[in-house]
Design a protein around this ligand. Structure first.
Ligand code: ADP
Ligand code: ZN
Length: 536
């Protein structure tokens, strides 16, 4: 029978066992829940799967009134409410997908005190009408989910979140709990300030996901490398493959299917019904591999995803961490596998350089926006190029120092570093000569052909064999040189310029050319380039 307004629980423990059927709290859940039940504010940083939802659901079941949950994921509200209703929680949502009859019912239930939880989209809270409506009922608490979205520095900024700063002014006596699974130190500070959570207690769980093995390999033939990885380690497992473009998503899904992997494409350009069916198959069937753009995965709670693969470079460490975090929620061994190459760096730098931002924004704001994207990319590249433990790097990014993990590629097979100063000088001086002697700029391909002394129609046409650096890099292979260029880009000795991604020097390059600075590079693992046996 549906519970009545007075049917609140006396204690958190009672709600935990009666409603959710669990016998103990996890991690800091009990302290967080106590803080909110006692009327205090809380900031909760906890990785995906850590159990954030209970931290506001249980206080909403104990405190008088309705817990208002602000969530950006409108598409998931229905699922969340259904799951809660199924266990007897009086939950509902208000969003733009509803007709007025449904909305009217929800509003009456709220005003009658018959709701424990009410999910609302952030944009609704900026309207005065919504606020007046909420005032007519009893608010148990505000839960701000995905709280990192308020940070303009973060990777997932949503302007609607800025209005949430008003909650503190308008309802000073209502406790607020902000939750997120991705917050760097900077984002943590920013969300605390913007949401006026200066008085809050902060609960920062470890972001380590020890059962996820992180691996990053050089990109040669990404689809074949991916297939080889799946065949060797995850045959028949459920997994998610992320790519940046819809076209890559479709081609990769098709390629995997042709090679016997039960793969399905998913991106925002596909029909909504099809997307829903794909998602349902992923959740219900065994061993489905979803090839998707980042549109897929938010809020999907599938415990036995055994691998998350990226065949394009993610745009930020936060995004990478969030996406790989969808693997292994059940705690069993899982893999976060990424392949990236020179082209990724060139392409993303170009996208940033040519991004004009929003038309309404000022030139200064757009510049700040580009700087932010560029800093995000730099951090991602540093993670890719590190010669030390991936996990140490990743956790340091989230402000958590740690020891080498023994469960990432750099720990398992320490990369061999080499002194790349001379190679760097050869390449950088070729760039200088082309510019000074010929007033020419080129991309990586032409520079490598010059260094290796490769006669091509293009080197002949420009008589590049007359350059002093012609053929001085024949000691390294094409693949090795691409690794050198990629690492010089990642380390900031080279930059790309303009629409064609031609290479230019940075100030740091002058130091290398003058012999005042050495360059440490990592050896490209050979296995990265080996295509899968038997791939069509
Ligand atoms: P998050 O929102 O942090 O990603 P969820 O709140 O979705 O995590 O919780 C992840 C899973 O863990 C859910 O299936 C949830 O039911 C389960 N869970 C959360 N807290 C507990 C607990 N105290 N005991 C057992 N299972 C729990
Ligand atoms: Zn490690």
């Amino acid at each position: 029978a549906p519970r009545r307004a007075s049917a609140k629980f006396a204690t958190a423990a009672e709600a935990l066992s009666t409603v959710f059927g669990y016998d103990s709290f996890r991690g800091e859940q009990a302290q967080i829940i106590d803080q909110v039940i006692g009327g205090g504010d809380a900031v909760v940083l906890m990785p995906t799967g850590g159990g954030k939802s209970l931290c506001y659901q249980i206080p909403s079941l104990v405190r008088e009134g309705t817990g208002i949950v602000i969530s950006p994921l409108i598409a998931l509200m229905q699922d969340q409410v259904d799951a809660l209703t199924a266990v007897g929680v009086r939950a509902a949502f208000l969003n733009s997908s509803q007709d007025s009859a449904a909305r009217g019912q929800v509003e009456r239930d709220y005003l009658a005190g018959d709701l424990d939880l009410l999910y609302v989209a952030p944009e609704r809270l900026s309207s005065e009408a919504t606020k007046r409506f909420l005032d007519r009922g009893t608010i148990a608490l505000f839960a701000i989910d995905e709280a990192h979205c308020v940070s303009q520095w973060g990777h997932d900024f949503r302007p609607d979140y800025l209005a949430l700063s008003e909650l503190a002014d308008r309802w000073p006596d209502v406790p607020r709990i902000a939750l997120t699974a991705t917050a760097t130190d900077a984002t943590h500070k920013e969300l605390t300030t913007r949401l006026q959570l200066g008085q809050a207690r902060h609960f920062v769980a470890s972001f380590d996901r020890p059962n996820i093995q992180y691996r990053i390999v050089g990109k040669a033939e990404p689809r074949k490398q991916l297939l080889a990885f799946i065949r060797a380690e995850h045959q028949g497992d459920a997994g998610i493959v992320y790519a940046l473009s819809r076209k890559t998503v479709e081609q990769t899904a098709e390629f995997l299917r042709q090679n016997g992997v039960n793969a399905l494409p998913y991106h925002a350009g596909l029909d909504q019904g099809l997307r829903a069916r794909t998602q349902a198959r992923f959740l219900r069937e065994d061993g489905v591999v979803i090839v998707a753009t980042i549109a897929f995965g938010m809020g999907i709670d599938k415990p036995d995803v055994r691998f998350v693969a990226h065949i394009d470079l993610p745009k930020s460490v936060e995004g990478y961490y969030q996406e790989t975090g969808r693997a292994g929620r059940d705690g069993l061994p899982s893999t976060g596998w990424l392949t990236y190459g020179l082209q990724d760096v060139v392409q993303q730098r170009r996208m940033i350089d040519t991004s004009t931002g929003s038309v309404q924004a000022s030139a200064l704001e757009n510049l700040a926006h580009r700087r932010k994207l560029s800093a995000h990319l730099d951090a991602m590249l540093a993670l890719c190029e590190t010669v030390s433990c991936r996990r140490v790097n990743l956790l340091r990014y989230f402000g958590q120092p740690s020891e080498p993990c023994g469960n990432c590629d750099t720990c398992l097979e320490p990369p061999v570093g080499w002194d790349g100063t001379v190679a760097a000088q050869k390449l950088l001086s070729t760039v200088v000569r082309l510019l000074r002697e010929r007033n020419q700029r080129f991309g990586a391909g032409q520079l490598i052909d010059i260094l290796r002394g490769k006669v091509t129609p293009r080197t002949t046409q420009h008589s590049h064999d007359q350059l002093a650096t012609w053929g001085i890099g024949a000691d390294l292979s094409d693949q090795q040189w691409r690794g050198v260029v990629r690492q010089l880009l990642a380390q900031g000795f080279l930059a790309t310029s303009g629409e064609y991604g031609t290479l230019v020097l940075t100030d740091a390059a002058a130091e290398v050319l003058a012999g005042r600075r050495t360059v440490e590079l990592r050896t490209e693992p050979e296995r990265a380039a080996r295509p899968a046996a038997g791939a069509r």
